[in-house]
Design a protein around this ligand. Structure first.
Ligand code: ADP
Length: 240
């Protein structure tokens, strides 16, 4: 079973630290979006990147995910240098705004798709999809088509699809739950549970200060592509 990673039911997935060394991003037009960022995120941490719109938060997430090239510097996931690893081989999952669920397919098939592409055995896929469905409370809609379920359910299916691949790190951009406050709160509750119960390191980006400091998380403050603060909020394990 270990060949396919540890099942949720066996106590969670593997974790990893994320380290940035002199990480920078300059866009082709010369704009420096991320400017010499150094940071270590510990195994299993919940870290919020906060700062005004345009300060480089999403660029950092996109470089980790491999959606954007790294101009200079290094990103490590555990001991692995991500610069050298193809995006599809990184043990990461991304929950961004443009998550594509296939509307004509049912929930189960949407959640299983990434695992089928990896040629995992049917029994492993089935067990992972059902574990994740149980975790997110969507077991009773597994056979429903995406187009027939609610926005809240779609959001959970997208998160379910992300965690079935047993990522070490989950990247969540605030755009993921832009629809309304209720959806957003549900999404935040879900990613808090993903971090706490599945032991997946979570990196979350938001430009909302109240939200950033309300999550009992470590908050990295950014401005103009640089880190301007690093503070742990909340009661448990506060380092203030
Ligand atoms: P944030 O997530 O903090 O709102 P982003 O990381 O999306 O900010 O963008 C940081 C800055 O980089 C912004 O000023 C944005 O306009 C700029 N930027 C993003 N993508 C590009 C691009 N492809 N070319 C040039 N500038 C870009």
């Amino acid at each position: 079973m270990l060949k396919y990673g540890i099942e949720f039911t066996d106590g969670g997935v593997l974790m990893a630290s994320v380290t940035f060394e002199h990480l920078s991003k300059t866009y082709p037009n010369g704009f420096v979006s991320v400017d010499d960022v150094n940071l270590t995120i510990e195994d299993g941490e919940f870290v919020v990147f906060h700062g005004p719109s345009g300060c480089g938060k999403s660029t950092i997430l996109r470089m980790i995910g491999g959606l954007e090239d790294i101009t200079s510097g290094r990103i490590y996931l555990g001991n692995d240098l991500l610069n050298d690893i193809l995006p599809r081989d990184r043990r990461l999952a991304m929950a961004f705004q443009n998550y594509t669920l296939y509307r004509h397919m049912n929930v189960y098939d949407n959640m299983a798709l990434g695992l089928r592409l990896r040629d995992l055995p049917r029994t492993v896929i089935d067990s992972r999809v059902k574990s994740a469905a149980g975790f997110f409370g969507i077991t009773d809609i597994l056979t429903k088509k995406i187009r027939t379920i609610s926005d809240a359910e779609r959001q959970r299916v997208a998160l379910g699809r992300a965690v079935v691949c047993q990522p070490k790190v989950l990247l969540v951009d605030e755009d993921f739950a832009r629809q309304d406050d209720d959806r957003r709160r549900e999404m935040l509750d879900d990613i808090i549970r993903i971090n706490r119960d599945l032991k997946i390191t979570v990196l979350y980006v938001t430009n909302n200060y109240d939200e950033a400091v309300s999550l009992n998380a470590r908050v990295i403050f950014m401005k103009d592509g640089r880190i301007t603060g690093d503070r742990k909020f909340g009661s448990a394990g506060s380092s203030e």
